[in-house]
Design a protein around this ligand. Structure first.
Ligand SMILES: [Mn+2]
Length: 324
């Protein structure tokens, strides 16, 4: 009892002990309900600062303070088996295509284990590697996944075949996963697209692929409830993968992101979480949070904590579906 008491005193202190995600044990995915994964990859987005590979370490450093129960969902996720499986290995970190394959190989094993992966990147190219493994995989029941994708950008880039040398890049995954049949765009949502693009037809590839697009302007005009209702309809009955680019949030909420969009107001945290909750009760096969830039974060690590908060939402929604 004394030991339990001491643990309850200290386990929420982010600065105490050895940092793992949410103080989960560092074990393999076998027998786990949820596998927390670090994906320290940043060569899929050469357009901006290249420190996104520092994201997993930043979240490990802060997330012990977020080992909480979810009041609104009414769940204690830590009663399920949740492990920190470590980082995807990148022995050729500057070779984006090799890294994407490494990611796919790593998540193919997680998929086979039956654990649902919740990941922190890394730039947004990691979603391509992850869903190459999960799309039509075991967790998805052999079906293409449906995206619940919150982002300032479409990441459905088809105009050029590489991005500063990266082929399966942070801008291309929404297109090539659809080409591969790993995702069903017509049963996927892209929400929050905003900012001043390089070309006026930037949304066209998303429309051409059949993604259900809700720009930030659409969201403001229609209101949250209408968009959430649409997301529930589009995702109903599907294996859902949630991908959360931190740049969908307003820079005042998440200042340390790689492709910051200050010209148009982004989501506040309550708006973003309400959208995520459109997936509650659905077959959530996994999720990721991407584009954290720890070297740009405030001294109190607010963006790392926001990234952890979004992971906690994913963890809690998956845990809600798993009987204790
Ligand atoms: Mn993105």
């Amino acid at each position: 009892m004394a030991e339990e008491h001491d643990a309850s005193m200290m386990n929420n202190l982010y600065w105490w002990g050895i940092p793992t995600f949410f103080r989960a044990p560092n074990e393999g995915p076998e027998g786990a309900d949820i596998a927390l994964v670090g994906v320290p990859h940043s060569t899929g987005n050469g357009t901006t600062e290249r420190d996104q590979h520092l994201g997993p370490r930043a979240v490990r450093n802060m997330s012990a303070v977020q080992r909480r129960v979810h009041g609104e969902v009414g769940v204690d996720p830590w009663q399920r088996r949740i492990v920190d499986v470590g980082d995807v290995p990148f022995p050729r970190a500057n070779d984006n295509e090799h890294c994407i394959q490494q990611i796919t190989d790593f998540y193919t094993k997680i998929d086979a284990s039956g654990a649902r992966p919740v990941s922190i990147g890394g730039d947004h190219s990691i979603t391509g590697g992850i869903v190459q493994a999960l799309g039509r995989g075991k967790l998805a029941g052999g079906e293409p996944i449906s995206f619940l994708h919150l982002d300032a950008h479409t990441d459905v880039f088809t105009k050029v075949d590489h991005f500063l040398g990266a082929e399966k890049s942070a801008a291309h995954w929404g297109a090539y996963l659809a080409d591969q049949g790993k995702v069903d765009p017509t049963r996927s949502m892209q929400i929050g697209l905003r900012g001043h693009p390089r070309t006026l037809d930037w949304l066209q590839p998303s429309y051409d692929y059949g993604y259900n697009v809700v720009t930030m302007a659409d969201y403001r005009r229609r209101g949250a409830a209408d968009v959430i209702e649409q997301a529930k309809e589009v995702l109903a009955g599907r294996p859902v993968y949630i991908t959360f680019d931190l740049d969908c949030l307003d820079p005042s909420v998440a200042p340390a992101v790689s492709n910051i969009e200050p010209g148009v107001k982004g989501f506040d945290i309550d708006e973003a979480i309400a959208l995520l909750h459109a997936a509650r009760g659905l077959n959530i096969v996994g999720g990721d949070v991407v584009c954290l830039m720890p070297t740009k974060d405030s001294p109190n690590n607010i963006t790392a904590m926001v990234a952890g908060a979004v992971m906690f939402e994913m963890i809690s929604m998956i845990a809600e579906n798993v009987p204790v």
